[in-house]
Design a protein around this ligand. Sequence first.
Ligand code: ADP
Length: 359
Amino acid sequence: MNRSSAKFKTFSQVVKEFVGALWKRRTYDIFENWYCLFGVLWGTPVPIVTIGIDLHSSGLSITLPNIIQTILLRPFHIFFLLHPIFFGIVFGAMGTVRYNKEQRIEGFEKSLIDKNAELAQKNDRLQELDRLKSNFLSMVSHELRTPLTTIQGYISFLMTEKIGAINKAQREYLAISGDSADLLNRLIEDLLDLSKIESDRFKVNLTNVNMANIIDKALLSRKLFADKQGVALENNMPDDLPSVYADEERIFQVITNILENSIKFNRKGGKAAIRASIRPDGKVIFCISDTGIGIPSDKLDRIFDKFYQVDSSGKRKYGGCGLGLAISKSIIGLHNGRIWVESEVGTGSKFFFELLIVK
Ligand code: ADP
């Protein structure tokens, strides 16, 4: 719609509203509609002035018989005499239009207030449900952890052969059970972390940390998995890396999360490497790169959302539950740092995060 037709529509609307108001009792009610009274008062000087001028130019004094005579002599004075009524009607109609508009606005306001109250109620309910979900998550994770710790304990104990020798096959099966129990344990830890994040109980304890040690430890912890997957791990950390402010345990968790992904989403004969660079703005940027499957550009933002997985189909071939990066993002956020990713499908991915150098 162009501007002039929009203008015309507004004008025709005004005319419609005005004509509609002429049929309303309110338009003519000088007690309820002050606009009508205002119009009458506004129009009153018109007959006074016109008849006054006529009397004056005829040399007549202002008396009732002279006024009546002048009106009868020149009937157009009746038109001016009716002016207070005309003005009363026009102003009264405008008052009615305004009143109708105010009524409509009041109606909107009321429905807005009602809708707001409804939304607030729904929001409260959602928050309550969210709290229940977090409690449930926390409770279930705790309940699962207790028997799992027992299972892990007995597997380790059986492996020590203190209660009897085990053969090669039994050792192998126990090792597989142990690996699965570890996996389950990590999943439960992730769920517990998520429940802490959601209930604002997730905290970090920042101290001066030597990252070289943590990275060595992280690489060592994932060596077996990397060997199994046929992925080479490379440590390209500079020797002169300064200490950073970090929570040692939580940063170890971030590095192992990312490292594990760079092995998991890699190919046989591929590589996962870690390096760091010191920035002039007092930060160290860590980069874990891989030569894996890569991530489509439209999914790059989503992978840090909880439970998000690029391949979430029923026949996905990689394990995990999509929590690692969401937790890592929260951890880096608590360090006042950033975490981001660059990736190319078929070539590989680079995960970056930054930490503050200790001054
Ligand atoms: P999980 O690994 O348990 O699925 P994450 O939160 O660690 O959960 O990762 C979320 C998703 O991001 C993964 O499911 C995967 O689709 C994608 N992703 C993460 N790291 C990589 C990587 N290095 N290469 C390719 N895809 C990755």
